[in-house]
Design a protein around this ligand. Structure first.
Ligand code: VGL
Ligand code: ZN
Length: 193
């Protein structure tokens, strides 16, 4: 189980995506707590723990005063605001690298993000010789699923940790998970790891 080099990708566990945030997603806080429990139990199984952050400055039509909650959204995760911070229930001491995305446009995939030294997520994974990616975080039907699609397209065996994700729409989240499974992702519970 530990013979292949594995990364955990924690997607957008930020205040604005949790209860009380400007784009709150149901169970966001619970997911933050569960990811922390998982990290305390099994972070040693990962060769790299990466967390992405939505980090908007002027993201064009990603923000709207009349959002449809499918392609346009209320302002959220604005760089430098409290809403863009990691949720306090996420224990950030386990995070090796952060990737920021979405400064000047909507960017759902963590693979659109860059590290502090301006590396892409793909470059980072390659430099750490990562061979497989596990994904958790918010939101299942947007940033989690787009990140997983990219991970699969780049050739990484990709697993979604089902009890460590939550989505904007339950129906679209189920569709997204089915689509990911059809693309070859593994869906599994963190409690089985
Ligand atoms: C996200 C909507 C808008 C996400 C980001 O992190 O899933 N969703 N921006
Ligand atoms: Zn966004």
């Amino acid at each position: 189980m530990n013979d292949i080099r594995r990364a955990l990708l924690i997607v957008d566990v930020q205040n604005d995506f949790c209860e009380g945030g400007s784009l709150e997603v149901k169970h966001g806080e619970e997911v933050a707590h569960r990811i922390t429990e998982y990290l305390r139990r099994l972070s040693n199984k990962y060769d790299l723990v990466v967390a992405s952050k939505d980090n908007h400055r002027r993201p064009a039509d990603h923000f709207s005063a009349h959002p449809d909650f499918r392609g346009t959204w209320p302002p959220h995760c604005v760089a430098g605001t409290a809403g863009s911070e990691f949720h306090p229930a996420l224990d950030i001491s386990f995070i090796d690298q952060i990737v920021l995305k979405g400064e000047y446009r909507g960017a759902y995939s963590a693979f659109d993000g860059r590290t502090q030294t301006n590396e892409s997520l793909l470059e980072l994974l390659e430099s750490k010789e990562i061979e497989a990616v596990d994904i958790c975080g918010i939101a299942t039907d947007y940033c989690v699923s787009q990140s997983a699609v990219d991970s699969l397209d780049y050739g990484f065996p990709t697993r979604i940790l089902l009890d460590l994700v939550t989505g904007v729409s339950e129906e679209r989240s189920l569709d997204a998970l089915e689509d990911l499974q059809n693309r070859g992702a593994d869906l599994d519970y963190s409690t089985n790891q």
